[in-house]
Each structure stands twice: as structure tokens, then as C-alpha cells.
Ligand binder design. Structure first.
Ligand code: NAD
Ligand code: AKB
Length: 317
């Protein structure tokens, strides 16, 4: 049995991961937290222990870890790509501050640590098709710089201090539970909300912009599976490429129109998001994750679209 602390339980990933971790490990064994406790759902607040916690303050993380005998931390604190680009100092201070504190606390209390990286850890001089596990990483966004720095720092703490750090490079994540927090790939969530509400959708990325994506249930499985993986099988640690599908705006639009033939999408590219998206992989090679810890996503674009439309229809209408 594990004792787990989730930092960022109010976010897109954290809200679903916290609930799922409690199903797997028990409500009392999974502590939820966020800088803003108002972001925590009633379900999360009522089912188990919850704390306000600013992850940029090491002592706040350490107090929870000590009190609850935490042995595993899921650090989901970051400022996503488009928002960070508007306030680079905030992106760096939050992303790196939270990670460095988690690493130090994990070292002191012998906790394992999961911190997601992203497709944002790659840049224009990375091979964009079939992006290899080990390749050039020279991103030009502050978000990407924090992700590459985080990968290096996490490997350093493993090699130098034996901290059990593990991570995946998530692609754009699509969920029907918590809206996304200011990233470049948010359009792939927003488009479903518009379709279900019967609204027109203005796409902030141009036609032909291919990006890697994953449905949230597969992302949650991956986060739990990698932390349960046999460490002797891990050749890599920070971070593994993982992906489930890749598509451009036309492909997701066409898939939605199979179910909502009246749905209309037009294009109005946002120059900041477009520049970021153009520098990210079209599709990554995730062979290492499949070979080293059995990553095996279940949802493609077709199945995800059926599920998203059904769940959002129940939620919104
Ligand atoms: P999010 O923006 O939805 O959630 C982040 C949460 O962190 C929010 O609830 C916010 O209140 C909280 N937070 C912010 N500053 C904090 C602080 N100082 N202390 C404590 N909490 C604080 O982000 P997300 O989409 O859930 O992403 C989680 C992680 O996964 C991030 O590292 C992100 O880079 C990574 N990731 C996400 C995606 C995606 O598509 N969602 C893709 C790749 C990687
Ligand atoms: C973003 O667009 O910033 C995130 C990510 C892919 O890291 N969704």
C-alpha cells in the first residue's frame, strides 16, 4: 500500500488522477492538494485528506509528507505553454520551484516522485516525425525550457541521490472533466464543448497542424503504471515519450461531424499558439515506454470522440 501526495489536484490531470488514485490505493491514503483549494471538487474534498499547498514553498510540501508518511509524490504543478509564454518568469518560477522542492523533499523523506514532461520538451531542430526517445531537445518556449531542465534535474537526483524519479512526456490531453489550463493543445478539448453546445468553433491553430494527443483515461493509466513499474526494467526514467494518436484540426473536425453533421469549424490562428505548435512533434516514437513498462493506450480518435460526445452531452445538456 502506498501513501500518496498529489500536488495540483485542482488541475486538468490532477482532478482525475486524484480520484483514480483513491480508487486504487484507498481514500485515506491519497492526500489531495492545490495552491487554490477552491479548485478542488466537492468529491475530492469530501472523500479524503485535502490541504492548501503552495508547491513553491518546500516547507509546506514537507509538512504534509511528514504528517502523512508519504512515500510517493505526484507533482502536477506547472504553468502551461501558452500562459507561460505570456509570463516567462512565472512559468520558470512555478515549474522549476515546485520541482526542485519536490526533489529535495523526496530526497529527505525517501519518496518516489512523478513529474510529467511534455511534447513541449522538443523544438524545431528535433525530428518532428517519429520523434525518437533520445534526441535533440532545444525548445524555444519557457515551458519547454522548464521541461528539459526538469528532465535533467530529475535524472540527476536519481543518479546522484537515488531518488526514485519517473516521468512521461505527455502529448496534448483531452478530457471531459476539468477544462485545460492554458496550453497550446487546448483546442482539442474546446472543440468538443462547442460541438455539444451547438456552437460554432473558431480553431486557434491552422489547418494541417499535426500534434500528438491522448485521451485522459490513458494518461491516468500511464501515470499510475509507470510508478508501479519494475525499476530493474527501466533503462530510461525522465522522461518517456508516450502517445495514443495524432491528428490535425481537419481530422478531429471530420470525426466530430460524423456524429454532429451540422457542426461548423472555422480557422483563426493565434500566432503565439501556432508558433509553439509548429515547433512540437507531429508524432513521437513511444517504443521505449511500451518495451520498458508496458505502456498500451486504449483510445484512438474514433473511440475518444464517441466517449467525449456522450459524456459531455450528459454533463452539459
Ligand atoms: P493545470 O494547469 O490544469 O493544473 C495545474 C494545477 O496546479 C492547478 O490546479 C493550479 O491551481 C495548481 N498550481 C499552480 N501553481 C501552484 C503552486 N505554486 N502550488 C500548488 N499548486 C499550484 O495543468 P495540467 O494540465 O493538469 O498539467 C499537469 C502537469 O502535466 C504539468 O506539469 C503539465 O506541464 C503536464 N502536462 C500537461 C499536459 C496537458 O495536456 N494537460 C500535457 C503535457 C504535460
Ligand atoms: C500545452 O499545450 O501546454 C500542454 C502540453 C502539451 O504540454 N497541453
Amino acid at each position: 500500500m502506498k501513501n500518496i501526495l498529489v500536488l495540483g489536484s485542482g488541475g486538468q490531470i490532477g482532478s482525475e488522477l486524484t480520484v483514480r488514485l483513491r480508487e486504487v490505493y484507498g481514500n485515506a491514503n491519497v492526500v489531495a492538494s492545490d495552491l487554490d483549494p477552491n479548485r478542488l471538487t466537492a468529491q475530492i474534498r469530501e472523500a479524503g485528506p485535502c490541504y492548501p499547498c503552495d508547491a513553491t514553498k518546500a516547507e509546506q510540501i514537507a509538512a504534509i509528507v511528514k504528517d502523512h508518511k508519504i512515500d510517493t509524490i505526484y507533482n502536477l504543478v506547472a504553468i502551461l505553454s501558452a500562459t507561460a509564454e505570456k509570463n516567462p518568469m512565472l512559468g520558470w518560477n512555478v515549474g522549476m520551484g515546485a520541482l526542485l522542492n519536490c526533489l529535495e523533499v523526496s530526497k529527505e523523506y525517501s519518496a518516489a516522485l512523478f513529474t510529467p514532461s511534455s511534447i513541449g520538451a522538443f523544438g524545431l531542430n528535433t525530428p518532428l516525425n517519429g520523434t525518437p526517445q533520445d534526441t535533440i531537445q532545444r525548445p524555444r518556449t519557457i515551458y519547454g525550457v522548464t521541461k528539459v531542465s526538469g528532465e535533467l534535474l530529475s535524472d540527476y537526483y536519481f543518479e546522484r541521490f537515488g531518488v526514485d524519479t519517473r516521468s512521461v512526456r505527455f502529448p496534448g490531453l483531452i478530457s471531459n472533466v476539468t477544462p485545460p489550463g492554458g496550453g497550446t493543445t487546448d483546442y482539442a478539448v474546446d472543440i468538443y464543448y462547442a460541438a455539444v453546445r451547438g456552437e460554432k468553433f473558431e480553431c486557434p491553430l491552422a489547418a494541417g497542424t499535426l500534434l500528438d494527443m491522448m485521451y485522459m483515461p490513458d494518461a491516468i493509466d500511464a501515470a499510475i503504471q509507470i510508478m508501479e513499474a519494475d525499476p530493474t526494467k527501466l533503462i530510461h526514467r525522465n522522461s518517456f515519450n508516450v502517445t495514443a494518436m495524432h491528428f490535425d484540426p481537419e481530422a478531429i473536425y471530420a470525426e466530430i461531424r460524423k456524429h454532429r453533421p451540422d457542426f461548423i469549424m472555422t480557422y483563426n490562428p493565434d500566432s503565439l499558439k501556432q508558433k509553439i505548435a509548429d515547433s512540437w512533434p507531429n508524432w513521437m516514437d513511444d517504443t521505449a515506454a511500451r518495451a520498458e513498462w508496458g505502456f498500451n493506450p486504449k483510445f484512438g480518435l474514433e473511440q475518444m470522440t464517441i466517449d467525449m460526445l456522450a459524456k459531455l452531452t450528459t454533463k452539459l445538456l
